[in-house]
Write a protein that binds this ligand. Sequence first.
Ligand code: EPZ
Length: 420
Amino acid sequence: MDSFLIKGGVPLHGEVKISGAKNAVLPIMAATLLTAEPCVIHGVPNLSDVKFMGQILAWLGAQVSLEGGSVRVQAHKIKGQGDYDLVRKMRGSICIMGPLLGRLQKVRVSLPGGCVIGARPINLHLKGFAALGAKIHIENGYVRATARRLAGGEVFLGGRAGSTVLGTANVMMAATLAEGVTVIESAACEPEVVDLAQFLNAMGARISGAGSPTLTITGVERLHGAEHEVIPDRIEAATYAIAAAATKGEVTITGARPDHLHAVFDKLHEAGVRVERAGAALTVRRGGRLRAVDVTTLPYPGFPTDLQAQMMALMTLTPGISIITERIFESRFMHVSELARLGADIEIEGPSAIVKGGQPLSGAPVMASDLRASAALVIAGLAARGATQVNRVYHIDRGYENLDGKLRALGARIERVDES
Ligand code: EPZ
């Protein structure tokens, strides 16, 4: 098992190119199950989650080849049942349900179960499938959905925390091959949902309203193969922006989509961080003293929950009190106790964390618990005095392509050590 050994205190300098978006490529890979024809996806990041999704598709019977940042999938003949263990291991794989139900009118997968950041039920996914006429059964740890013929319908997909990203993706994919028109209300508006809709339309689907809370899908008889370039990863881009500010550095981010990051850059601006745009390149640096700001996570276009931990790391370095409220996942504060090991002063009050920032951090061994929490620990380690060891970085490899290599190219003193 690998760890990162970080010697902090070095301002990051230079240029970093952003990779394709993990949360776009996973549902897009699943969508290739909707056709027997070959599909080719470009801009695919080299991540363990991507490899995992490839294994799941191959297990279902698809031919999958991952090479040089592109994946080619041909799901000529497939089965409707996902491997119990494979699906259980990666929550994102739940998005094979919609395509399998759409194409085969039957699907059986293991219930994903919760994870460290929350219970993460799939009731809204199932509600959407039922609105298309599917019968839902839950037995022996599996969920099964069957239908004689899917038929378009109307469904409201808003839940406890607002819209659901993969729920919207799943129901949208199933509806592409349903008879008639489906309308999804309170649909997720994330750029990754829009990217998926664009890929589906390239396959011959008829989807309108992507990016708005009302999605309309007119079912078609069949879909064909298509080629697509995945959008860049907005969470990766913002993670480097926050790392630049935390280390008092100056970093130019290339290959990102600034129009996907308004809420983040607005909050960074409020905190005293400068983000200058030249074409698509974004140069980030501190514009003087940092200011403590309050942050509340919301569905897109609000401030993303996947940046809450990284923003908290920045606020531990900022003089003053900031209140960080997590509205999407009920237990996404695993990083708090690890940041405290580095000397941060944070108190949790219900859905909020009260950060008393400004005292210098000092290096220590810390434990990664989930993908974004680990990124926050790396940022804090880069800003801390002395050495920090971040253990279990396999969490990071799930969602950041070559993080340590990219940081080293920006001057960071970080190395990957194999602990086994
Ligand atoms: C996606 O997860 C992302 N994952 C998550 O990124 C991201 O945090 C999340 O959207 C929110 O932006 C992928 O795209 C692979 P949700 P998803 O359904 O779709 C509740 C990362 O770090 N809910 O939008 O699973 C749910 O419990 C990961 O890259 C229901 O109650 O998230 C949560 O509280 C972590 N019932 C809220 O909605 C449902 O049926 C939002 O979850 C579905 C969701």
